[in-house]
Design a protein around this ligand. Structure first.
Ligand code: ADP
Length: 491
């Protein structure tokens, strides 16, 4: 009789290593100091204040950035109003479209430089900024450029008019892409803009301001002001804006909603999420594992639609968890500018401490925490991909948005049970279903209360497809035909 051979499990973290493959930075042009982009020019802030934007992977300062105060916000809103009244709203729609096409093409020409800056300023792996953020940003401008002179077809039988001046506030997880999501449809519909990027990632928006100059966009049509929450609040509360478009946390979204109550400003809010990724026993397990990894570890989990709750049907739970651990052990955590990196740096010290607080709460509440045995650089903000097993619906780790690479795993037996659990959250932004059965996909996706549901895939974006949430995940849609709606009055 043959003796059973005991196979030593592979230690993935040491089974291979890659030589470093850093992306070059020589072609990147960055100034030491960035001013506010108002009325087509870079101007110093009235208060003379600046803040540092740092590289979260090295903790080194990249540039000083102007802090806009109330006077600057006022100046930017007035410039946008003047541009709206005198130029943009009077321009034939096809001409507006030409500017959008031009911006899209310049974004493509400068794609590599923008990708590198995005990774330096925000910490995301260059593979993502190069293959996802920047191409999608250009695609959004191309897509909405096409709509500019076809609004009559977008809203058949109605006449559309722009709203006026839009105040747009964006977060740090997809800085350039969020700017494109906001700017392109607003301009296509004939509005002018004051945009505020997040304080930890202002650089690609400021590079975009240079691109707008290069595209000869008339002065004041897009103004880009930098600063933190106070600057955002001054913009929201300025009486000269007609619309607020905000993407960020649910807490700030609620503040904005309160500030706008009783005014006639329109608004759209894209807020937090706690998406359920559901794996049924009949799913293609290896594909599903890859999808879960992409769903939560993509961009360090800094994604409002991240699949941060995993529901696995009991019969395959052991297999899925084993395969997940194996796969996570192969992920490379480190230098965002290295083309091999899978998981980059956490965006800021504050975000890292928020992730740590919630993970510690998860451990205290009795969850079983697992992390791979990988090295992370000594300097910078890092968090290893993390799994939580044995968690309950009531645990903070299951209920609260972490916005980091942390996945809470629960099991289920029946479809009814998983639908109930998946919907047991104040959020409703996104979700995923993995099954071999088409009918089950329709059955489950019809019952999950979320704005975006992926089937047998995850985190796929396209400019033609609307995105947005239910419940505390916000209101209004961005992208696609739906994304035009928040920027027009119909009559
Ligand atoms: P996150 O958790 O993604 O950092 P925030 O909601 O704090 O989300 O930030 C998103 C954007 O909202 C940033 O540009 C930030 O500066 C801005 N912001 C923060 N506080 C306020 C506020 N009270 N009013 C308007 N904008 C704000």
């Amino acid at each position: 009789m043959k003796k059973a051979v005991k196979v030593k499990p592979l230690n993935f973290s040491t089974s291979w290593s890659y030589a470093p493959a850093p992306e070059g930075t020589e072609h990147v042009q960055l100034k030491d100091r960035y001013e506010l982009f108002i009325n087509g020019k870079f101007v110093a802030p009235a208060g003379g204040k600046y803040f540092d934007t740092i590289n979260p992977a090295t903790e080194k300062k990249i540039a000083s950035v102007a802090e806009a105060g109330a006077t600057d916000v006022d100046k930017a809103v007035k410039a946008a109003r003047q541009a709206y009244d005198k130029t943009w709203s009077k321009m034939p729609a096809a001409e507006r479209g030409k500017y959008l096409y031009r911006i899209a093409r310049i974004l493509q020409e400068k794609a590599r430089e923008l990708a590198v800056i995005e990774s330096m300023d925000g910490g995301k792996p260059i593979r993502e900024s190069r293959d996802i953020d920047v191409p999608l940003a250009a695609a959004h401008f191309f897509y909405y450029a096409g709509w500019a002179d076809k609004l009559d077809y977008a809203f058949p039988g109605k006449r559309s008019q722009p709203l006026g001046v839009a105040g747009q506030i964006i977060p740090w997880n997809f800085p350039l892409l969020m700017a494109a999501w906001k700017i392109a449809p607003a301009l296509a519909c004939g509005n002018t803009i004051v945009l505020k990027p997040a304080e930890t990632t202002p650089l690609t928006a400021l590079k975009l301001a240079e691109i707008l100059q290069e595209a000869d966009l008339p002065p004041g049509v897009v103004n880009i002001i930098t600063g933190a929450g106070a600057t955002g609040a001054a913009l929201v509360n300025h009486p000269g804006i007609d619309k607020v478009a905000f993407t960020g946390s649910t807490d700030v979204g609620k503040l904005i909603q309160k500030a706008l109550a009783g005014t006639d400003k329109k608004y759209t809010l894209e807020l937090g999420g706690k998406a359920a990724n559901i794996i049924f026993e009949d799913a293609a397990i290896d594909q599903a594992v890859e999808g879960i990894i992409n769903g939560i570890f993509f961009n360090q989990g800094h994604v409002c639609c991240a699949g941060s709750r995993l529901f696995v049907q009991e019969g395959v739970a052991k297999e899925v968890i084993r395969k997940l651990k194996d796969r996570i052990s192969t992920l490379i955590v480190g230098d965002p500018l290295d083309k091999n990196t899978d998981v980059g740096a956490i965006n800021s010290k504050a975000q890292l401490s928020k992730i740590k607080t919630l993970v510690n709460a998860g451990i205290k509440e009795g969850g079983e925490c697992w992390q791979p045995d990988c090295n992370v650089p000594a300097k910078g903000y890092w968090f290893r991909p993390t799994l939580f097993m044995n968690v309950a619906q009531s645990h903070r780790i299951v209920q609260e948005e972490i916005f980091g690479p942390v996945l809470a795993i629960q099991t289920f037996r029946t479809l009814e049970e998983v639908v109930e659990k998946a919907n047991n959250t104040p959020y409703g932004l996104s979700g995923g279903v993995w099954t071999d059965k088409g009918a089950k996909i329709f059955n489950v996706t019809g019952k999950i209360k979320a704005g975006v549901l992926w089937a047998n895939t995850y985190n796929k974006f396209d400019p033609t497809s609307p995105f947005g949430g239910y419940k505390e995940s916000g209101m209004g849609r961005e992208g696609g035909l739906h994304g035009l709606m928040p920027y027009v009055k119909l009559s």
